[in-house]
Design a protein around this ligand. Structure first.
Ligand code: CP3
Length: 373
């Protein structure tokens, strides 16, 4: 009998169940490293591609045709829900999200209204058609986290130090709370649309939250992320939370309500295990730049990530951030195969040794591989 999406290694690992091999997908697997993506985008703006259901479907499926990855991620962008509620925010090539009308006053914040499904019909349509094509392979839905969205809106574009965002956060706490609360509602609406249409997991990318201290993150961001995650708990879909340079925030990001905590390449996974509370799976964390090195280096580093990932209650292999545009797609195909075969070998090896240990009266380790499905 064919396995259902629920029995897919990706969802099993998110739920910290026993897996036949470590599942793998790549942040930004749909995008500029693929020639077929670049060909589709030559005469189309990014935001237009993100609002066309046929293009969303096609681009989401492109990496699935090339790589034996264990999940697809919806082709979209963190600005999509903001545009959908009427904000004039665009994606400038080589720059990122930009807006001519930054949100800095109470009047600006009042422009942020909740998102309803009718705002994003192209998302519902694309998710349904992707899910129909994928069969038993799960689709991950996503949205930007509240600090990251706030940073683009307040700064008006990408930022290094987030001065304007942080001065609003520190100096005008009531206005900050209103802004974050509205962003949480928009994000909740956007994720619920994706789950209703068939997304089997979601990832909240709070990419730039790592610029905050743990105390400030807990006081000024975590409550809003918690609301977003809580709004999805009844749906039962695994919730992944990721940000860059969040080594000091991994525990708090888990406490916000994530089932899976994404780790960038700066913190080894066995160290990350000790930074999150029990009951969390981890995702990550090969440095994306390693993929530009010779294969021997990639192989050695990937095996190290797999080894360290075995100390987690569940592990989904990924990069520590998105695929870099210059990455050779053939390398990602080869890496996917390596992760599958090497982790299957490690899993069957540990089953043999744990059955030897139980024959000898051992009580088994704390690793997920020892837990039963
Ligand atoms: O992971 C995937 O395959 C799904 C696609 C995806 C995109 N954006 C498509 C995209 C995802 C998950 C995102 C999320 C996103 N967008 C984040 C959070 C994840 C992260 O990278 O930390 C952020 C911060 C953004 C904002 C954004 N959009 C940036 C910084 C850029 C890059 C600007 C540039 O050109 O260098 C974008 C544009 C963007 N989003 C591209 C893609 C494939 C590249 C633009 C293009 O193809 O022209």
């Amino acid at each position: 009998m064919a396995p259902t999406a629920e029995e897919s290694p990706f969802l099993l690992a998110c739920r910290r169940r026993k897996v036949p091999y470590t599942p793998v997908w790549y942040m930004r697997q749909a995008g500029r490293s693929l020639p077929e993506y670049r060909a589709l985008r030559t005469d189309r703006k990014m935001v237009d591609a993100c609002t066309n259901p046929d293009l969303i479907t096609e681009i989401t499926l492109q990496p699935i045709r090339r790589y034996d990855v264990d999940a697809a991620i919806l082709f979209s962008d963190i600005v999509v829900p903001l545009r959908a509620i009427g904000l004039g925010i665009d994606i400038k090539p080589g720059v990122g999200p930009v807006t001519d009308h930054p949100i800095r006053s109470a009047t600006d914040v009042a422009r942020l209204r909740p998102l309803v499904p009718e705002d994003v019909p192209y998302v519902s349509k694309a998710v349904s058609s992707v899910v129909a094509e994928l069969g038993d392979k799960p689709l991950i839905g996503f949205a930007g986290g509240p600090f990251t969205l706030a940073s683009y809106l307040v700064e008006g574009g990408p930022s290094k130090n987030f001065e304007l965002t942080k001065s609003l956060m520190y100096g005008q706490p009531a206005l900050w709370a209103d802004l974050m609360s509205r962003l949480a509602d928009i994000t909740t609406g956007f994720l619920q649309v994706q789950v209703a249409a068939g997304a089997k997991a979601i990832q909240l990318f709070d990419s730039w939250a790592g610029s905050l201290s743990p105390d400030d993150y807990r006081a000024s961001v975590l409550p809003y992320s918690r609301r977003i995650f809580a709004s999805l708990s009844a749906s039962g879909v695994p919730r992944i939370h990721f940000g860059v340079s969040t080594g000091e925030l991994l525990g708090a990001m888990g406490e916000a309500g994530a089932d899976v905590v994404g780790v960038d390449w700066r913190v080894p996974l066995d160290e990350a295990v000790s930074r999150v509370e029990p009951g969390k799976a981890l995702q990550g964390n090969l440095d994306p730049a390693v993929l530009l090195a010779p294969w021997e280096v990639i192989e050695q580093r990937a095996l190290q990530v797999l080894e360290r990932g075995r100390t987690a209650e569940g592990h989904i292999f990924n990069l520590g951030h998105g695929v870099l545009p210059d990455t050779n797609p053939d390398i990602l195909a080869r890496l996917t195969e390596l992760v599958h075969t090497a982790s299957a070998r490690l899993a069957s090896g540990s089953e043999e040794s744990s059955s030897r240990a139980s024959t000898a009266g051992g009580s088994g380790g704390s690793s997920s591989r020892a837990s039963t499905a």
